[in-house]
Design a protein around this ligand. Structure first.
Ligand SMILES: *[C@@H]1O[C@H](CO)[C@@H](O)[C@H](O)[C@H]1NC(C)=O
Ligand SMILES: *[C@@H]1O[C@H](CO)[C@@H](O)[C@H](O)[C@H]1NC(C)=O
Ligand SMILES: *[C@@H]1O[C@H](CO)[C@@H](O)[C@H](O)[C@H]1NC(C)=O
Ligand SMILES: *[C@@H]1O[C@H](CO)[C@@H](O)[C@H](O)[C@H]1NC(C)=O
Ligand SMILES: *[C@@H]1O[C@H](CO)[C@@H](O)[C@H](O)[C@H]1NC(C)=O
Ligand SMILES: *[C@@H]1O[C@H](CO)[C@@H](O)[C@H](O)[C@H]1NC(C)=O
Ligand SMILES: *[C@@H]1O[C@H](CO)[C@@H](O)[C@H](O)[C@H]1NC(C)=O
Ligand SMILES: *[C@@H]1O[C@H](CO)[C@@H](O)[C@H](O)[C@H]1NC(C)=O
Ligand SMILES: *[C@@H]1O[C@H](CO)[C@@H](O)[C@H](O)[C@H]1NC(C)=O
Length: 528
């Protein structure tokens, strides 16, 4: 199925170019000169939190964000990451491509995270590059990629192309005691709340950008706070919040997982009570750190309103991947698994033409963010693996609303491990990583898998592992939303075969061959 057949048949092509160049224009028709650049381009803000789940209540503490973005626009109830790990997911967001096409395998330099090969290849064709060509004023503040700023990745001096203003964290998430690259120069921070708390600093730099920007030029801002990633350091005023809160105890909490892949079969069941205490503590601290992100959203929206830009600005709120604290069989905390709690993410968007209080059920992926943002910017869409979901949101184009409801998508993960045994856990042997007390390791080389997830029609997940059991897991999410039972031995062999074929196609897809409109789509066979 060609890209053009899916989103730009003649009628759509016409509407899409109208949408593309004039999402703002239709609304400002009476106040602006037709086709004046300043009127036709909307501003775009992308807020990307870190490790924030949606399945286990990750959005619950963010009451202001839900009000100011979700209730003011669209909340996507089926938003997913194509991979549940930071650097590969962030690379997907920046490029609009599945991990097998941007070739970022894991969070290490050797896995291409911010590596010189990434810089020469995918980074040179990433979202900000296109926006900058369209004369957007581009601003970044926050965590970029896990290996950003390391020696091998060019240190502070490397400012990725397309960004006019750059305030990026060196390395992985920190709240205090970190270094930034500020437009290519090192800036060191200590641990004074008023000067250094990283979430607040990102907000302050953003407000400063909005004060100083050139009026009339459209802007793109990407804000990427460290919350709710470890080490979960809350702002002082929030450190006592949620003292009664505990991780949810329903679903797969503390359930055995003997019908699942090797890694899930290792931990003792039930978990030690010390692990339960540990995960409850993590759950509370994660929520506390998110309160500062909630404040950030509130202050940013207020600033946009005060400067009369709010009605011409799209604001996206999402996270790089989900996370589990508890609800995961016998695994205390982490991501990297194929289950819903790790692959589902929050996604809310407000902006011109998006009616308030919409719940959008169509499945959307992190690889769709770049094409959607480019669609808003009026760019001629470059071919990416993802597809624009603008038409799912804008109320003045109801004919296009279900245009890109894909029938299936790919989730892929390359397991991380270490070649030597974890000293705390020699019995598991080499090849594992992310080990917690009691020998619960949350990743391993052979936790390498790819899944087809369908939602339209059948609500199924089919996953194959690259381990030496060639392990397969299949879930019927309609009857078993907690993924307690692997039904691989019960399911119709023809369906298994069809899903295996779809998986093979998706694992080698690129650009338009990854696209799917849910009608004649890739996974039509299994969605009858
Ligand atoms: C790193 O990226 C380059 C270019 O994108 C690719 O050719 C190479 O295979 C990648 N390396 C790994 C380990 O995936
Ligand atoms: C920051 O670093 C200083 C000096 O190494 C240390 O004393 C302090 O405890 C650190 N603060 C935090 C919050 O980690
Ligand atoms: C952010 O700005 C506010 C208001 O000016 C100030 O009180 C706060 O200390 C600043 N925080 C940081 C980390 O810069
Ligand atoms: C936004 O609102 C202001 C008044 O607050 C108005 O002048 C402007 O035309 C509006 N812009 C859009 C895109 O609706
Ligand atoms: C599009 O969605 C509407 C409901 O929002 C539904 O009535 C209609 O049948 C859908 N059209 C297609 C082609 O799926
Ligand atoms: C990351 O990926 C690279 C390339 O596949 C691999 O060599 C390396 O061992 C991986 N790192 C970890 C920690 O698994
Ligand atoms: C997975 O890797 C571990 C550690 O290397 C090994 O002990 C185990 O046998 C492997 N399991 C499978 C199913 O490949
Ligand atoms: C399974 O894979 C692990 C490494 O991932 C290896 O150590 C082990 O010998 C393999 N077992 C079999 C039966 O192939
Ligand atoms: C999934 O469960 C639903 C509800 O029980 C059932 O109707 C459907 O046939 C099941 N699908 C498969 C493939 O087993």
């Amino acid at each position: 199925m060609a890209y053009s057949e899916i989103i730009s048949p003649p009628r759509h092509a016409q509407t899409r170019s109208r949408l593309g160049t004039t999402v703002g224009f239709l609304l400002v028709l009476f106040t602006c000169n037709v086709r004046s650049a300043a009127c036709s381009l909307s501003n775009i803000v992308l807020i990307l939190s870190d490790d924030q789940d949606v399945e286990l209540g990750g959005m619950t503490p963010m009451t202001k964000t839900k009000l100011l973005i979700g209730d003011a626009g669209a909340t996507f109830s089926n938003a997913y990451t194509a991979t549940a790990l930071g650097c590969p997911s962030r690379s997907s967001i920046l490029t609009g491509n599945y991990p097998h096409n941007h070739a970022v395998k894991n969070d290490s330099l050797s896995g291409n995270c911010s590596s010189p090969l990434w810089q020469k290849g995918p980074e040179a064709l990433a979202l900000p590059v296109y926006l900058s060509k369209l004369k957007y004023h581009t601003f970044f503040a926050g965590k970029y990629l896990e290996q950003y700023g390391t020696k091998e990745a060019g240190e502070f001096a490397h400012v990725p192309p397309g960004w006019d203003l750059w305030h990026a964290l060196v390395g992985d998430s920190h709240y205090y005691n970190y270094s930034l690259s500020v437009n290519g120069k090192e800036e060191k921070h200590g641990d004074k709340y008023d000067k250094d708390y990283f979430t607040d600093l990102i907000l302050n730099r953003s407000l400063d950008f909005l004060d100083k920007r050139s009026p009339g030029q459209p802007f793109f801002m990407m804000l990427s706070p460290p919350a709710a990633h470890a080490p979960w350091t809350a702002a002082p005023q929030y450190q006592k919040e949620f003292s009664d809160v505990k991780a949810p105890r329903d679903g797969s909490f503390n359930k055995p997982a003997m019908d699942k892949h090797w890694l899930l079969r290792q931990p003792a069941n039930p978990m030690a009570s010390s692990s339960v205490d540990f995960l409850d503590d993590a759950y509370r601290k994660r929520w506390q750190t998110l309160l500062s992100v909630d404040d950030m959203v509130e202050k940013l929206v207020k600033k946009l309103d005060d400067s009369k830009e709010l009605n011409n600005t799209y604001i996206f709120y999402t996270s790089d991947n989900g996370y589990h604290t508890g609800l995961t069989f016998s695994m205390p905390i982490e991501k990297r698994q194929l289950y819903e709690f790790d692959i589902r993410v929050p996604l809310m968007v407000r902006g011109p033409g998006i009616a308030p209080k919409q719940i959008v059920k169509a499945p959307v992926l992190n690889i769709d963010l770049a094409p959607t943002i480019l669609d808003i910017s009026g760019s001629d869409l470059p071919i990416m693996d993802g597809q624009s979901f603008l038409s799912q949101m804008v109320s003045f184009a109801p004919s296009l609303r279900n245009g890109t409801s894909r029938s299936c998508f790919l989730v892929e993960h390359t397991g991380e491990g270490f070649p030597v045994s974890d000293p705390a856990c020699p019995k598991l042997g080499p090849g594992v990583s992310q080990c917690f007390p009691n020998c619960v390791c949350e990743d391993s080389y052979n936790n390498t898998y790819a899944c087809v997830r369908t939602l339209v029609g059948n609500n199924l997940q089919y996953c194959e592992f690259a381990d030496n059991e060639s392990f397969v897991e299949v879930y019927n999410l309609t009857s078993d939303s907690s993924q307690l039972e692997n039904i691989v031995k019960k399911v119709d062999p023809e369906l298994l075969q069809a899903m295996n074929q779809q998986l093979i196609k998706l694992q080698s897809c690129a650009g338009s061959s990854c696209h799917d409109n849910g009608v004649n789509g890739l996974c039509q066979k299994s969605t009858k």
